[in-house]
Design a protein around this ligand. Structure first.
Ligand SMILES: [Zn+2]
Length: 97
């Protein structure tokens, strides 16, 4: 048996993604600034997310797309039913990563 410590890389990443998206949305969609505390948290999570992702042979571009495609889609997207539904499904898929 392993382990006193159950944090697998996937779990670490799964924990970081929603938080990183939350920050991205706040800035990109909300036009708000992060506090220095939030920004420090964001950077620490982003570094860990990227280093784990790269260790799994993702490219940086893959990782950024994984993380932020949804945010930018939301920014650009129109408000019709099919677009909203698509965004919602993408969101659900991504959050259960
Ligand atoms: Zn549409």
């Amino acid at each position: 048996m392993n382990s006193t410590r159950s944090e697998k890389p996937e779990d670490i990443i799964a924990g970081h993604i929603p938080r990183l998206r939350f920050y991205a949305k706040k800035v990109v969609l909300g036009g708000e600034k992060l506090s220095s505390q939030e920004d420090a948290d964001r950077l620490a999570r982003l570094k860990e997310f990227v280093s784990i992702g790269l260790a799994y042979r993702c490219t940086y571009k893959d990782l950024v797309t994984l993380l932020y495609a949804e945010v930018f889609q939301a920014k650009r997207g129109c408000d019709c039913y099919s677009c909203k539904k698509r965004r919602m499904l993408a969101f659900a898929r991504n959050s259960s990563l």
